[in-house]
Design a protein around this ligand. Sequence first.
Ligand code: GLN
Length: 380
Amino acid sequence: MKLKSKLPRVGTTIFSVMSALATEQGAINLSQGFPDFDVDPGLIDCVAHHMRAGHNQYPPMQGIALLRERLAAKTLELQGARYDADSEITVTAGGTEAVFSAISAVVHRGDEVIILEPAYDAYGPIVELNGGVPVYCSLTYPDYAVDWDAVGRAVSERTRMIVLNSPHNPTGAVLSADDMTALMALTRGTDILILSDEVYEHIIFDGRRHESVSRYPELARRSFVVGSFGKTYHATGWKTGYCLAPAALTTELRRVHQYVVFAANAPIQHAYADFMADPRTYLGVADFYQRKRDLFLDLMQGSRFRALPCRGTYFAMFDYSAVSDEPDVDFARRLTVEHKVAAIPPSVFYDGGDDHRVLRFCFAKNDQTLQEAAQRLCRI
Ligand code: GLN
């Protein structure tokens, strides 16, 4: 049988590859981004409660009402943005499903989508699956800032969408108010849509404000804003996220969402709705991870790895050029096999494989895990 791949250039995602290697090698896994500590037992009780209460059948396709109302209230409070819970908020099966459904809803064959790289590895293939053309534009190195002139040069009549991600995976960079101003200038008077992946919205450090596109009405009206409960509540395996978008965009998003997954997990939506009633459950996450970032960076001072700035997310980038001149993919592999610490090589997040000799380490880990990992890395 002849089978023509729809994604011939795509292999298995680096997250699966590195996590499998870490397990095989008995290495400390600082590669794929997920916590090694458990979710709040109160949240687990809450899920169990809703399962026992019979919330085990399909929830509404767009998500349960109370959770959408709570998301609307949170967005109004934190971003001053008004989203209608019924027509502008959709609960999805994780942030990735929101990204998939948003891109699939609006990108037609031949449409161009500008992606800033290094980029989370799902964006490009999803654009391609829809017949779109990813147009890659690099963030500057080593600041990982957006070169808005370069983005401007990448815009053409065929540009349908720009994908943003702040706080940024894998670099830990965050967009500023000036970036938002530049984005407004760039998109004003055009039909360009924005996909703003804000899944790390609550993991932002040193008192910085998260610059959501939802805060800027001119941007919000052309944007899909993607969020994730997994990042905020330490439950990446529960695969629950959401998408905020103006009604016309949400209508298109739901046309796709309903046939990709129909709906997200019911008891978990009920539990998050209960939990979100207390804003401390999401507002406390920044301090929680800032302490872990500071601990890990401090421990790594004793190593030959040089930390790049980390302003948000639970990832820190380290320049390893003082340790090795191997390509990052080779070095990441050897680090896992020989030194028993797994990390992500960011060159896989560049279309052209750009390699700056840095690695991404996830610090969403118990303090002891970070101590043990840093100890191993300090010996190299
Ligand atoms: N977002 C996580 C990371 O960047 C992993 C996502 C995944 O494994 N698909 O590490």
